[in-house]
Design a protein around this ligand. Structure first.
Ligand SMILES: C[S@@+](CC[C@H](N)C(=O)[O-])C[C@H]1O[C@@H](n2cnc3c(N)ncnc32)[C@H](O)[C@@H]1O
Length: 238
């Protein structure tokens, strides 16, 4: 099956595998630069619907994404906000090619090339100006140590303009309660792989955010028991 710049292969039989090799060797198809995370395809529209409630699509502005992954999210969001410029970033440089391939195909041409950003490093090292109107961070907080959440809020407080918004998406506990059972299982699996990682409690994040002058303004319950949190930078950098 071929979508634009993206091939999906069924190689469940030797015949299909042979056909795939034949197509590659004949030059009929080339390896796609785009990587596909099925989870990103599932959550990109619910997240977009939250963004559309908070972002005025008629006004110019700048959006920073931290931990862009494959680049699927910004490619989906950007055409809906043609007056905004989107800057994808990743700590994993092997994902840059996929991010840039998605960006190249955005019809509104408002997604920049991927940049290296490690939330653990100081904002001064990111090579970016602190003039962003919005920051987006999807599914990073629970797969990284808590020090990355601290780094996220600390650096976002410098990346955002006063009154700028941060959107974070993922699974969260709230006031010590993690529902339903599937999220508790998810958390257990993450911690089995790395005890430093795991689903975070919103109240713990609120405490960190407040240290850096960022306030939680909205919690949206989204499909698959995930949440999108909207945070606001209050004043000048603290
Ligand atoms: C579960 S993936 C989510 C990717 C993408 N946002 C998505 O939802 O498809 C977690 C991402 O966090 C990134 N990440 C891990 N540690 C990081 C760090 N210290 N700074 C920035 N990003 C980091 C990983 O490279 C990875 O792309």
């Amino acid at each position: 099956m071929k979508q634009k710049n993206l091939y999906i292969f069924d190689i469940s039989t030797p015949r299909q595998m042979q056909l795939l090799i034949k197509h590659f060797s004949s030059g009929l198809i080339r390896m796609s630069r785009k990587i596909n995370y099925p989870s990103a395809d599932r959550n990109k529209t619910p997240i977009l619907e939250v963004l559309q409630k908070h972002i005025d699509h008629t006004v110019e502005g700048k959006v920073l994404e931290i931990s862009s992954g494959t680049g699927q999210h910004l490619a989906h969001f950007a055409p809906n906000f043609p007056k905004l410029t989107f800057q994808p970033t990743e700590v994993e440089t092997s994902l840059f090619d996929s991010i840039d391939a998605y960006a190249d195909d955005v019809p509104t041409k408002n997604v920049k090339k991927a940049l290296f950003v490690n939330v653990m490093e100081d904002f001064a090292q990111w090579g970016l100006a602190g003039d962003f109107d919005y920051v987006i961070n999807v599914n990073m907080i629970h797969v990284t140590p808590f020090s990355c959440s601290i780094g996220l809020f600390k650096n976002v407080s410098e990346a955002l303009k006063p009154k700028g918004l941060l959107f974070t998406y993922g699974a969260y506990a709230n006031n010590g309660v993690l529902e339903p059972q599937s999220n508790r299982d998810f958390d257990k699996n993450i911690r089995l792989k790395d005890p430093n990682c795991g689903v975070r409690d919103i109240q713990d994040l609120v405490k960190v955010a407040e240290t850096y002058g960022i306030k939680l303004v909205c919690i949206y319950e989204l499909p698959a028991n995930n949440k999108c949190l909207v945070w606001k930078k209050l004043m000048e950098n603290v």
